[in-house]
Each structure stands twice: as C-alpha cells, then as structure tokens.
Write a protein that binds this ligand. Structure first.
Ligand SMILES: NC(=O)c1ccc[n+]([C@@H]2O[C@H](COP(=O)([O-])OP(=O)(O)OC[C@H]3O[C@@H](n4cnc5c(N)ncnc54)[C@H](O)[C@@H]3O)[C@@H](O)[C@H]2O)c1
Length: 261
C-alpha cells in the first residue's frame, strides 16, 4: 500500500530539484503524477522514466493562465481526475532592493506569486469536483523572515504563506486542505548554480556549499530535496488529515534562533 494510492497529483517545476524528487516519491507511493515545467526535455524525460501509467509531462509556464487551462485538461484526459496540487515552481534573483530593476521584481512575482495563485485558481475547482484533496504550496524560510539581497523573492514567499492561509479557509468546506512547505537551504540548482555550469569544478562548488552551511545551519549541512519531498508527501497524504492553513519549516534548525558560539 502506498500513501498516495489512487491519487492524481499535479506538481509544478517538476523537471528538476525538489519538484523532481516530489514526483519520484509521489509516484513510488502510488500516485499518478502530472509534471508541469518550462524545461520541456527534462520534464518529458522524467515522465518517460516514471512510465505512462504513472506520469505525464505537460509544458507549463505557471505565470500563463492559458497553460494552466491546458494542463488541467491534459491531466483529466490522461488520468480522469485531479485531487492534488504541489505548487513548487519558483525562481530566485539576488539584488539589493534599491538596485532591483522593476522588470526583475515583476518577473519573480509572476512566477512565484502569480504562478501559485493561478495554480490554486485553476486546480482547486477540479479537486473539489473529485471530492476533495490537497494543495501544498512551496514558500520558503524567506517567507517567514527577512533575508538580505532577495527582496523580491522574500516578498513573494511571504505572499505564498498568505495565499496558503486564505485558500485553506476558503476551500476547507470543499474538503481541500492547503499547507505550505518552507525550506531553508536545499541542495538544488537554485542554491548551487555551479552544478549546472559545465565550466565550474563540481567538487570545489560542493566544498564551498558544505563549508557555508556547516557554519550557518544548526544541523550542520544543507538540506536534500528528498527531505522536502517527504514533507510534501506528509502534507499531501492522510497522515496530515487534520492539518490545514499552516506553513511548515524544514531548515535544519536555521530559523530556530541565533547561536553565539
Ligand atoms: N533550494 C532551496 O534552497 C529552496 C529554499 C526554499 C524554497 N525553495 C523553493 O523550492 C521550489 C523548488 O526550487 P528548487 O530548489 O527545486 O530549484 P530549481 O531551480 O532546481 O527548480 C525549480 C523548477 O521550477 C521550474 N520553473 C521555473 N520557472 C517556471 C515557470 N515559470 N513555470 C514552470 N516551471 C518553472 C524550473 O524549470 C525548475 O525545474 C521553488 O519554489 C523555490 O523557491 C527552494
């Protein structure tokens, strides 16, 4: 018995990183997964690896209303219903607030915040029609506290926590639970772009990441995307049946406070 047997769950940003691990874990736990991403080759390759019985890839830019309508249609055509959503797609840009171009600020907003809103708006009615289910939004540590040089990102992740609470209130009567994961630092291309850079030395980049998070994080290491996937599984399954409207921090203790030593 899998924890998600019989479920059909849409995962955005599923081509790599945390979304990929969520797709792998959810499929292993019995769900059929619909993977949406702008990275078409990687997304299609992952769906092919998981198999047509278990997975479909649908090209999706989360900021595009029309893409959401097409994804919902393709998902229901493939698997008959949708009863779960993981809003995971996101982008990060580093800049001081006073140096951030409007275009960059709006780009981060359109993916992280508008994308999450459009996902809820497109998919929640389908989950309700299927008799209820779950939505897991991906906020961040930076959705609950400030972080210098990621102003646009932090603003959107605070907004995702707000959307989560409002959606939980509005959708509870339809049997839909809505929660958020708030990861600290997780080892994906977002935190370690050198992993994608063919000219970078991967061992050197990994060493720098290790050293940084050994100092910053009480548990002494960066998180793994598989660990966030397990939290998303908990929030998508029956084990969290009485939980809705909450942000869940998964950060190795980073947000617990400051340590003088
Ligand atoms: N890695 C971290 O340390 C960390 C920490 C806190 C929160 N997060 C959040 O976790 C989520 C996943 O990030 P990740 O760490 O796996 O990073 P990642 O960059 O590896 O993955 C993000 C995925 O989202 C996809 N994506 C980007 N823009 C998109 C769009 N417009 N439409 C559809 N897909 C799009 C990318 O193609 C990619 O597959 C993001 O929301 C991110 O903000 C990450």
């Amino acid at each position: 018995m899998g924890k998600l047997d019989g479920r059909v769950i849409v995962i955005t940003g599923a081509a790599r990183g945390q979304g990929e691990q969520e797709a792998r874990l959810f499929a292993a736990e019995g769900a059929r997964v619909v993977l949406g991403d702008v990275l078409k080759e990687q997304g299609a390759a992952l769906a092919a690896e998981l198999g047509a019985e278990r997975a479909r890839f649908v090209p999706l830019d989360v900021a595009e209303e029309g893409d959401w309508a097409a994804l919902v249609e393709a998902a229901e055509e493939a698997f008959g219903k949708i009863d779960g959503l993981v809003n995971n797609a996101g982008i990060l840009r580093f800049n001081a607030l006073v140096d951030t171009p409007l275009e960059e600020f709006q780009q981060v907003l359109s993916v992280n915040q508008t994308g999450c809103f459009l996902g809820i708006r497109a998919v929640a009615p389908r989950i309700a029609a299927a008799g209820g289910g779950t939505i897991v939004n991906t906020a961040s540590y930076a959705g609950l506290t400030g972080m210098a040089f990621v102003g646009a990102y932090a603003a959107t992740k605070h907004a995702v926590v707000g959307l989560t609470r409002v959606a939980a209130l509005e959708l509870a009567a339809q049997g839909i639970r809505v929660n958020a994961v708030c990861p600290g630092a997780v080892d994906t291309p977002m935190t370690n772009p050198a992993a994608l850079d063919p000219s970078a030395d991967p061992q050197e980049a990994a060493r720098a990441v290790d050293e940084l998070y050994r100092k910053l994080v009480p548990l002494g290491r960066i998180g793994r995307p598989e660990e966030v996937a397990r939290l998303a599984l908990f929030l998508s399954g029956e084990d969290s049946s009485y939980i809705t409207g909450q942000p869940f921090v998964i950060d190795g203790g980073w947000l617990a406070g400051v340590s003088p030593f």
